[in-house]
Design a protein around this ligand. Structure first.
Ligand SMILES: Nc1ncnc2c1ncn2[C@@H]1O[C@H](COP(=O)(O)OP(=O)(O)O)[C@@H](O)[C@H]1O
Ligand SMILES: [Mg+2]
Length: 349
């Protein structure tokens, strides 16, 4: 597919080329005894994917992605709905097989070591799948029992995790009676019951109100501080900026860019952005008169974005041209701008 042109005619960057396959990523399948073979070496990457692909009939949901997650890292997949994030998470979680490419999770191949991988992961799926008939504490205990933990260990960990999730006073409440944010925290607590090496979170805060999102971010940040490896997906750039040490921007099953939030912004955007609103039917026309003022101009239906390193100086020059937007705003560049630059579309439509 040819890259779509920018508003200013510059071509969009092509998706990043696949990295050469490192010899370490094609480790032979571990051999018996299982207790030794399945124990990852210190420093084994949490996840290595090379050319990872998933097809559903005619649809290619994941189109040959390369990524590597280091132990202790907080790694994100940022992309819009339909980008292939959940499909990727399910392959990493060893609940969906890949159609092509190579994948190692904690050094193991999900095709041959699904149970070993699943026992070392904590999974927070996009849709909460708590047992709504059970109370909060019971959800944790029952889940712990699936992992073969003793009743005593389950009870101890459930108590600790209810405290961590700030749900102690809801321990005996039925799941049905919990708010969306509480259910999400309970799902995270449940995912931690087996003391996983990697916590996988698919859209951890989508659909929550801002306050509930901040409570959740705080909990996830604590896990990150403790050194838990986090792999998360989101279509909220603020969430990616808050939580991810490093992320990949995904669109249509392909990786468009990779780096820390700051690196991505430095590479793909300018320091500042000026947002001008001239009224919905006048933005495109006004943009023509802004020619040459900014490094790059993006015309959105509701506003014009001018990319520059000095927003205030640019605003003054807009006024010099006799242009009077209804509203104007200077802000720092965000991952939203990176996404727009890479794909020509907004992250949240
Ligand atoms: N089980 C499935 N069967 C068929 N198509 C699917 C299935 N799961 C996902 N897809 C398709 O794969 C693409 C990526 O979906 P998904 O991984 O859920 O994206 P995201 O999580 O980024 O929103 C979409 O086009 C979706 O419709
Ligand atoms: Mg999804």
């Amino acid at each position: 597919m040819a890259p779509a042109p920018d508003a200013d005619g510059a071509p969009r960057p092509a998706p990043v080329a696949p990295a050469p396959v490192a010899p370490a990523s094609v480790e032979p399948a571990p051999v018996a005894p299982a207790s030794v073979a399945t124990r990852p070496r210190a420093g084994t990457p949490a996840v290595v994917a090379r050319g990872l692909t998933k097809r559903f009939g005619e649809t290619t949901a994941v189109d040959g992605i390369d990524l590597e997650v280091a132990p202790g890292e907080s790694f994100g997949l940022l992309g819009p709905n339909g980008a292939g994030k959940s499909t990727t998470m399910r392959m990493i979680g060893a609940v969906s097989s890949r159609s092509g490419g190579d994948l190692r999770v904690l050094g193991l191949d999900p095709d041959t070591h699904g149970p070993e991988i699943r026992s070392q992961l904590g999974v927070v799926p996009q849709e909460d799948n708590l047992d709504t008939e059970l109370r909060a504490r019971e959800n944790l205990v029952v889940y712990g029992r699936y992992f073969g933990l003793s009743r005593r260990v389950c009870a101890e960990r459930a108590a600790e995790l209810l405290a961590f999730a700030q749900l102690e006073d809801k321990a005996e409440a039925k799941v049905d009676s919990l708010s969306g944010g509480m259910k999400r925290r309970l799902t995270i607590a449940r995912a931690l019951i087996n003391e996983p090496r990697v916590l996988m979170l698919d859209e951890p805060t989508t659909g929550l109100d801002p306050q509930a999102r901040h409570v959740l971010w705080d909990r996830l940040f604590r896990l990150k501080e403790r050194g838990t490896t986090l792999v998360l997906t989101t279509h909220h750039m603020d969430e990616a900026e808050q939580l991810c040490d490093r992320l990949v921007v995904v669109d249509h099953g392909r990786i468009m860019a990779e780096g820390s939030p700051a690196e991505l912004i430095r590479r793909w955007s300018t320091r500042e952005v000026v947002e001008l609103r001239f009224g919905s039917d006048r933005n495109a026309e006004a943009a023509l008169r802004l020619d040459g003022l900014a490094d790059r101009v993006e015309v959105l239906p509701d506003r014009v974005l001018l990319y520059t390193d000095d927003g205030e100086a640019l605003l003054a020059r807009v006024a010099d041209r006799g242009l009077h937007p209804t509203t104007s705003l200077v802000r720092r560049s965000s991952l939203e701008d990176v996404f727009l630059r890479l794909t020509g579309r907004s992250l949240v439509e």
